[in-house]
Structures are given as structure tokens and as C-alpha cells.
Write a protein that binds this ligand. Structure first.
Ligand SMILES: NC(=O)c1ccc[n+]([C@@H]2O[C@H](COP(=O)([O-])OP(=O)(O)OC[C@H]3O[C@@H](n4cnc5c(N)ncnc54)[C@H](O)[C@@H]3O)[C@@H](O)[C@H]2O)c1
Length: 602
């Protein structure tokens, strides 16, 4: 397999890579050299004539070609054909015992692109070269011009790049690159002679709401890493039968094999885990097992399991550490992030809960491969919500891949599933980190949820999955937004296109307007007796609390009509007719986390 050297500008990837390759007598590939050779001109000239977009497109082609060439070499050396890629199967070279065949140094910004990262990181062992900014700047002074660091204040530019890219650089195995070239080469050698971690890590971030890692088949090393940071005597692995059988048991056995004292506590599957009785049994079992305040709960399962395990972690001994290992798409892109924990009571879902941030969220996309199609498809309702909040790249990904993300295995092999998880999860991290207790900015996450929750409740929480209900709610929010003049028809059509591509909300949900209306009036997001609506704008969302009655009815009508009944743009026109007269105040067009003050809509 390859040794891939990543790191910020000036970290010594090319110089050290060349040296290590020469010592080992193996080929060295400098991706920037490959790009220059293919273009027939130096990188600054490519930036000048084609801009950064042109350069990045050439870089993607170079990554694909380099990885293909590496696979061919490896396979011909082993005298066999390339194996079909399976998610979670590990890196290409793991099957060859981890021998390093090439050293590959990649440009500092190459790993920003999730597709590049997916290809490169599966191709080999990723070493992340790291040095303090002042060292990097000293090295960069006098070096060949770096297009993204030419400006008035290189230190400021460098700090910005480091902050933006830290979560991707941190996914590799760290190598201290602060000293002389010779010692850097020695540290790389030392790292390469150690046992490689299992799986492929794609993102690792220390955030104000806990460490977040995303990878493919890397749950065990990331879980061990999270546990190593705690002073735990015992570990309570909380799971439910399905997630346990498919993923939890293997992880818990590996923790025990690593010498940890593991107590396993199994909850019922699905929403049945979120009852007062099930919660009481869980905390009593923890007490019987004599778990102490420093002993963490490791929650392995979907959103329901995570919610009750999180609530137990928030309340047992007034709070114990929590690590989420989410195994459903809803849990990886939504429920495991943000610290909301809850159980249900007969009076309502999620009515009892607490904010309790996890120490770590370990999202392994390989665990999603066992998820039934309906569960994956439903989760796309939440993913479409994130796109509608203002993420253009996510919009594009869903427009290209919604079908395969819902149905097929292709989304796993191509990296589309990992990109989806990363884009959605990171959007949630950014929104929640800025507003942990839902005072303001976090409200935007309720896009599609006002009517969505009401539809889910009207269906008795059984017949319709949460994400499916959110999809109906999104159509409702589009109609309300149109009626209020804040949602442009083109935007509504684009979001409708995503719902159609994902196969969501195409048929009526089969609940009555009256039932939805009744549940809507109980929505938790009321302020001063008025529901705060999150409405799509041309490029993001706006929050309004003065939505007129007829606009709400238009929204409910559209949500319950299904795609054919609503007629796409036609429904949007009807919604506009319902309430979108000249008296409707226009919303402020704000991407993602902006919450405009609730202005009057008359
Ligand atoms: N806390 C939050 O911020 C938040 C956000 C959104 C949703 N939620 C809650 O999350 C819950 C919904 O979560 P969900 O959609 O993950 O449902 P879920 O937890 O009920 O899981 C769905 C089903 O998938 C099965 N499953 C789990 N992992 C699997 C895997 N890897 N392969 C195959 N099957 C697997 C489970 O056994 C279950 O039958 C609701 O209770 C909702 O209220 C919470």
C-alpha cells in the first residue's frame, strides 16, 4: 500500500517523502508535480489562468489517476486482479500485510475535497505532518510562491487555513514535523514501522460539543482512543438487540479483549427503549453494576437508543461521561450530535430530557451498510433539510446521488455516503456549537419539523418514520414560505427535486388536517404563544413567528397532499395565492445558521 503524507504548507511532505522513498528504494509520487506535468505549467500559472476551481479539478483527476496507478502496481506485483471495494473492508493494502510500496505526498489543500480524501485514505496509511505555524511560516518564506498564501498577512492566512482544515489533518496518524528534515524522515520511518490502525479515518475534530470522528471501519480504534482519555474503572456498553448483533457485540468483545472491564446493558429496540420503565431499568442496572461517576456509557445504536442512553448518562449520579457510537444514518447525521437526550411519556414524545454533551461521537459509516433501505431513505429527509439550510455542496451531492444513497451499495463504495454523513454532521456541529441550548441559532434545525412533528404525532409515531415526516414537513414549510413571500419558487422547485430524487413525501401521509393542526398547536417551539417557523429563502432560511393562519393552512394542505396532489410548483403557486399577497413581509435571506429576528408577516 501507499504511505500518504498530508499536512499544511511548509510541513515538509515533499522533501521528507522523497528522502524516505530514496532510503527505502521505493517510488515517490508528488501529486503537485503530477498536476504540473499534466497541465504543462507550474501551479501558480494554473491558479492564474484557471482559478482555484480549475486547479482543484485537475487535482481531483490527479488523485484518481495516482490511486489507480498504485492499485495496478500493487495488483500486478501480487499477480492478481483488483478486488472489488467493500465498505469497511479496510485499506487496499491491508490485504497485502501492510507493506509500503510507494510514498505519496499530496498538496496541502487536497484533502479538503471529501472524494479525494476517500480515495487517498483508502489507498494507504495516512501520516499527518504537523508543525507550529511560526515554523511553517519560516519554512515558507523564500519558498516557491504558494497561491493561497500570497497576500498582505501570510500569518493570518495560514492560521485561517489551519483552523479550517484541522479536522481533516487530524484524521491521519500524527507525525511531529517541527524539527530538521533528517529527524522528520526518521519519525516517518518510526511511524511506518508501527502497527497501522484498523479502518480508514476521514475526519477527527475536537469541538466544544465533544470529539467527533467519522471514518470507514475505524470504530474500534476511535472508541479506544476516546476511552483512553477517561479515568474509567468500568464501561457500560448500552445497546439494543439489532445494533448489538450487527455491530455492538463485536465492538464490546474487542474492548474486553483490550483489557477493559465491560458491562453490557441491552435495551428494547426502537422507541420502546425510550419509556420511563425502560429508562428506570437501565439506571437501576447501572447502580447494581456499581458504575461510578467516572465510568462512561458507550451507546451503540440508533437515535432512540442514543436518546435514552444519553438521558441515563445525564442523570445517573448527576452525570457520567457519554460516548456515542451511532449506527443509523439519522443518528450519525443528527441525533448523536448536539447533546439533546430524551425519553417519551404518554403525554408526548421527548417531553422529558436533558442537555448532556457526549465526550465523543464515533461515526463509522461502515455500520450503515446493514441498515434497511427504508431507514436510509427516511434519513435523507434530514439530509435534505441540511441542504436547504444553505449548503450548496450538499445540495449538489443529493442531486447527483440521492437514489444511490437511499437504495444502493454504490454510495458506500464511491464515498458518497461518507460525504453525506460528513457534510450533515459537520453542519450540525457548527450550528449547535454556536448555540448549545437552543436559544437562537439552533432553531434553524427545526426546518420542516413543525409540520413534520405534527404529521409524525398524528400517525401515532408508528406508521411514519421521523425522516419521512420531516420530508412532508419540508413541503409544508415551502408552502408556508411561498405564502409569506420568503421562499422563491425556484428554490421550492429545487428542494422538491431532492424529495423526488430521494423518493420521499411522494404520496400523502394518510393523516387528517385536523389531527395535524391539533398537534401543531402543541409544538415545543412556541415563543409568547406563537409558533416560530423556519422558512426556506433563496439560499438559506429565516425564522418567523408571525405567520398568518391561511399560510399555515396552505402549509398543512401541501404537506398532506403528496407530490402529485401538491403538483410541485403548482402547489407553490396555490400557497402564494393563499397568503402571499403584497402585505406579506419578505424574509431576510440568510444562509444556514442565521436567525433573523421574527419580523411581522401580515
Ligand atoms: N437527540 C436528538 O437530537 C434527536 C434528533 C433526531 C432524532 N432523535 C430521536 O431518534 C430516534 C430515531 O432514531 P433512528 O431513526 O436512528 O431510529 P431507531 O433508533 O429506532 O433505529 C431504527 C431501527 O434501526 C435498527 N438499527 C440500528 N442500527 C442498525 C444498523 N446498523 N443496521 C440495521 N439496523 C439497525 C434499530 O434496531 C431500529 O429497529 C427517535 O426517537 C427520535 O426522537 C433524536
Amino acid at each position: 500500500m501507499d504511505a500518504i503524507l498530508i499536512g499544511p504548507p511548509g510541513s515538509g511532505k515533499s522533501a521528507a517523502g522523497r528522502l524516505v522513498a530514496a532510503r527505502r528504494g521505493i517510488p515517490f509520487v508528488d501529486l503537485d508535480d503530477a498536476i504540473e506535468a499534466a497541465a504543462g505549467r507550474p501551479i501558480p500559472a494554473i491558479f492564474e489562468s484557471e482559478g482555484e476551481a480549475g486547479f482543484r479539478s485537475r487535482e481531483r483527476a490527479a488523485v484518481a489517476a495516482t490511486v489507480r496507478a498504485g492499485q495496478r502496481e500493487q495488483m500486478s506485483a501480487a499477480g492478481r486482479r483488483p478486488a472489488r471495494f467493500e465498505t469497511g473492508a479496510g485499506r487496499d493494502g491491508d490485504r497485502d500485510g501492510g507493506a509500503i510500496n510507494r510514498i505519496v505526498a499530496v498538496g496541502a489543500g487536497c484533502i479538503v475535497d471529501p472524494g479525494n480524501r476517500w480515495r487517498l485514505f483508502h489507498a494507504g496509511r495516512v501520516l499527518s505532518l504537523w508543525a507550529p505555524p511560526n515554523v511553517l511560516l519560516r519554512r515558507l518564506r523564500g519558498a516557491a510562491a504558494r497561491p493561497l498564501l500570497t497576500g498582505r498577512d501570510p500569518r493570518l492566512l495560514l492560521d485561517g487555513l489551519l483552523e479550517q482544515r484541522a479536522r481533516w489533518y487530524a484524521a491521519g496518524e500524527p507525525v511531529d514535523a517541527s524539527g530538521r528534515l533528517i529527524s522528520l524522515a526518521a519519525r516517518i520511518e518510526e511511524r511506518l514501522s508501527s502497527t497501522p490502525p484498523s479502518g480508514t479515518s476521514l475526519l477527527r475534530a475536537e469541538t466544544p460539543i465533544g470529539r467527533v470522528t467519522i471514518g470507514d471501519g475505524d470504530a474500534l480504534p476511535r472508541l479506544l482512543e476516546a476511552l483512553a482519555g477517561l479515568d474509567a474503572r468500568r464501561i457500560a456498553v448500552v445497546s439494543e438487540p439489532v445494533a448489538w448483533r450487527l455491530h455492538g457485540e463485536r465492538l464490546a468483545s474487542a474492548l474486553s479483549a483490550a483489557g477493559l472491564d465491560v458491562v453490557t446493558l441491552l435495551m428494547p429496540t426502537g422507541e420502546a427503549a425510550k419509556t420511563v420503565g425502560a429508562y428506570a431499568r437501565l439506571v437501576r442496572s447501572m447502580a447494581i453494576a456499581r458504575l461510578e461517576r467516572g465510568d462512561p456509557i458507550v451507546a451503540i445504536g440508533g437515535g432512540a437508543l442514543g436518546d435514552v442512553a444519553g438521558f441515563a448518562a445525564a442523570t445517573y449520579l448527576r452525570g457520567v461521561p457519554l460516548i456515542h457510537v451511532p449506527t443509523t444514518l439519522v443518528a450519525q447525521i443528527d441525533s448523536a450530535i448536539g447533546g439533546k437526550t430524551a425519553i417519551d411519556i404518554p403525554e408526548g414524545k421527548n417531553l422529558v430530557g436533558a442537555f448532556h454533551q457526549p465526550r465523543a461521537v464515533v461515526a463509522d459509516v461502515a455500520t450503515l451498510a446493514t441498515l434497511p433501505t427504508r431507514q436510509r431513505r427516511a434519513a435523507l429527509g434530514e439530509a435534505i433539510k441540511y441542504a436547504a439550510l444553505g449548503d450548496e455542496a450538499l445540495f449538489g451531492l443529493l442531486e447527483r446521488e440521492a437514489g444511490s444513497l437511499a437504495r444502493g451499495r454504490r454510495a458506500f463504495g464511491s464515498g458518497a455516503m461518507a460525504e453525506l454523513v460528513e457534510r450533515c454532521a459537520w453542519a450540525k456541529v457548527e450550528i449547535v456549537a454556536a448555540d448549545q441550548r437552543e436559544q437562537a441559532g439552533r432553531l434553524v434545525l427545526n426546518l420542516g419539523h413543525s409540520i413534520g412533528h405534527a404529521v409524525e404525532a398524528a400517525a401515532g409515531y408508528r406508521r411514519i418514520l421521523h425522516g419521512e415526516a420531516v420530508a412532508h414537513g419540508l413541503r409544508g414549510a415551502l408552502a408556508v414560505g411561498m405564502a409569506c413571500g420568503v421562499t422563491p419558487p425556484e428554490r421550492a422547485e429545487r428542494i422538491e427535486g431532492l424529495l423526488a430524487a430521494a423518493g420521499l413525501a411522494q404520496e400523502p401521509p394518510g393523516v387528517t388536517e385536523d389531527a395535524v393542526r391539533k398537534h401543531l398547536s402543541r409544538d415545543k417551539k412556541h415563543a409568547g404563544g406563537r409558533l416560530r417557523w423556519v422558512l426556506p429563502t433563496g439560499s438559506g432560511v429565516v425564522v418567523r413567528s408571525d405567520v398568518p393562519e391561511d399560510a399555515v393552512w396552505a402549509g398543512i394542505g401541501a404537506a398532506l397532499a403528496g407530490r402529485r396532489g401538491s403538483g410541485g410548483a403548482a402547489s407553490v403557486d396555490r400557497a402564494a395565492d393563499a397568503g402571499g399577497g403584497p402585505g406579506c413581509a419578505a424574509g431576510r435571506d440568510s444562509p444556514r445558521a442565521a436567525t433573523a429576528p421574527a419580523g411581522p408577516i401580515r
